[in-house]
Design a protein around this ligand. Structure first.
Ligand SMILES: Nc1ncnc2c1ncn2[C@@H]1O[C@H](COP(=O)(O)OP(=O)(O)OP(=O)(O)O)[C@@H](O)[C@H]1O
Length: 182
């Protein structure tokens, strides 16, 4: 009996490192996400969570390693063009059009007819989350999705704990490098 090949992960980070301002923020990250899966990034302030998301969104490129979507490197221009059409981005800058109704903002769900400027912080976040569902883009990159929300469960999540950052002159990476030399 022929064994079935396991499905390719939808997203695969293969030994990915990332520099910002000549500082190494992420180093040798290996992680995969399959359809229906979630990757939850936790870590202290400045540890690189947003940097990680920005790289997945294609705003910056890995300094080493590859990000593969369906097995293709997203930094290749032909691939990136298709990949970016899959992305749904949610960040603290909520991009809610305040003069439009909530319904206009979501564009699909039958919800409040209030102007969006009347919403509380948590309601704005819920509007953003509803918009994720309304737009047919399967890869969701969510920066601080639970800020301002009341209690929320996250299921089927793989936790990736990023190392804490150290003051600029001494990062964890610097310390590891020093340990290598010693
Ligand atoms: N535009 C930038 N240019 C250069 N370095 C940056 C830039 N933005 C952030 N950094 C640095 O990159 C590192 C990681 O920042 P990042 O925003 O990814 O952290 P984070 O884990 O999302 O933090 P927080 O929990 O505070 O939101 C920090 O040391 C930060 O100073």
């Amino acid at each position: 009996m022929a064994l079935r090949k396991p499905p390719l992960p939808r997203i695969l980070l293969d030994n990915v490192s990332c520099m910002r301002n000549a500082q190494q923020i992420l180093r040798h990250v290996n992680v995969s996400v399959h359809d229906g899966g979630a990757l939850v990034l936790t870590g202290s302030n400045g540890s690189g969570k947003t940097t990680f998301l920005r790289m997945l969104a294609g705003f910056s490129k890995p300094s080493a390693g590859q990000i593969l979507w369906n097995g293709h490197d997203i930094t290749q221009s032909g691939i990136f063009h298709q990949y970016k059409l899959q992305l749904n981005w949610l960040s603290l800058k909520d991009a809610v059009k305040e003069k439009f109704t909530v319904l206009d903002n979501v564009q699909w769900f039958e919800v409040l007819e209030d102007k969006a400027r009347m919403l509380s912080m948590g309601q704005r976040k819920r509007l953003q989350l509803a918009r994720l569902l309304a737009i047919d883009r399967p890869i969701w990159l969510l920066d601080e999705p639970s800020v301002a929300l009341d209690e929320e469960g996250i299921e089927d999540a793989l936790n990736l704990r990023l190392p804490p950052r150290f003051p600029r002159r001494m990062t964890l990476v610097d310390m590891l490098d020093r340990a290598d030399i010693a």
